[in-house]
Design a protein around this ligand. Structure first.
Ligand code: AKG
Length: 301
């Protein structure tokens, strides 16, 4: 449903317009929604993996907190030896630092890796990107701690990793029931066609100017544990603080064409500006991800 009355960069979509159900999946219809809106909700897609992935997430959270005394300061916050990224904690929190990106990934969790090969998930991605698909990155787990856990301001992933071609399809999966209190994902349907917008430095790294992109321009997607949200890497998205008494983790897979590659990689406005100057030097050859479907043909660079 597209209406002329929609504000710029936003199709007048309701959640029902971008939603399908894993139990009754029409792959072509799901891909058509994604192509029109730059986002797609698939209810129940990751349910089969929840118990195992959730167990690894909680074990990793405990491990990361135990490693906090050994954390080193980095540009984005603090990093513990297991690779977990911490930010300053909200006021009144019982620690000085809170978890942001938890070190659960394909190197640490077989359950997480296994879920990346989910047939229905890869079928949808293949209908979007084509028959040959590689993983981009090692999977990611964003973990909002209880009672104020970090917001992730509205942003486009392309601000962090600009690509040569179509860019990755992100699949963000709710590991717990997620609502407006504990940090539902907001998306801006239709914003994937806007190109990469200028981002500024925020508490949660690169983000859009809040005056220009207030939360009211985005559509919140509440859901149950196991629901998945597909989004184009230029689709504007973000999530607010977790004000519930329990953690709010999500786990994310990213898929791309096997010939696609990062041309600009950044986490701050300054390092983005510097990386843009080197974009033409980027090559595929040192960025080969693991194949989840199809075949990588040899190409000369
Ligand atoms: O935890 C979240 O909801 C934020 C995820 C996100 O914005 C991202 O991965 O780019």
């Amino acid at each position: 449903m597209t209406t002329a009355a929609a504000p710029a960069g936003r199709l007048a979509a309701r959640v029902e317009d971008i939603e399908v159900f894993a139990d009754d999946l029409d792959v072509a219809h799901a891909a058509a929604i994604y192509k029109e809106y730059g986002c797609l909700v698939v209810r129940g897609l990751m349910k089969p993996y929840l118990a195992d992935v959730g167990g690894d997430i909680e074990a990793t959270a405990q491990q990361a907190v135990a490693l906090l005394p050994r954390a080193e300061k980095i540009t984005e916050g603090w990093k513990t030896p297991d690779g977990t990224l911490f930010l300053p904690a909200p006021p009144g929190f019982h620690r000085d630092q809170q978890i942001m990106v938890l070190a659960v990934n394909y190197q640490t969790s077989a359950a997480f890796f296994h879920s990346a090969f989910d047939k229905k998930t890869v079928d949808i991605v293949a209908a979007i990107l084509g028959p040959d698909i590689e993983l981009f990155g090692s999977g990611q787990c964003l973990y909002k701690e209880p009672v104020g856990g970090h917001p992730k301001h509205l942003h486009q992933d392309s601000a962090y990793f600009e690509h040569r071609f179509e860019g990755p399809v992100g699949v963000l999966n709710y590991a717990v029931d997620t609502d407006l209190v504990n940090g539902a994902l907001y998306v801006v349907p239709g914003s994937h066609t806007m190109g990469t917008l200028s981002h500024v430095d925020t508490f949660s790294h690169l983000g859009l100017d809040e005056d220009e992109w207030p939360w009211e321009r985005a559509l919140p997607v509440t859901g149950q544990a196991g629901d998945s949200i597909f989004f184009h890497y230029r689709t504007i998205h973000g999530s607010q603080e977790n004000h519930s008494p329990a953690p709010r983790p999500v786990f994310i897979h990213r898929y791309r064409r096997p010939d696609d590659y990062v041309t600009v990689s950044a986490s701050t406005a300054q390092n983005r500006a510097e990386a843009e100057k080197r974009a033409a030097e980027a090559k595929k050859s040192n960025q080969r991800g693991l194949m989840v479907r199809g075949f990588r043909r040899f190409t000369e660079e």
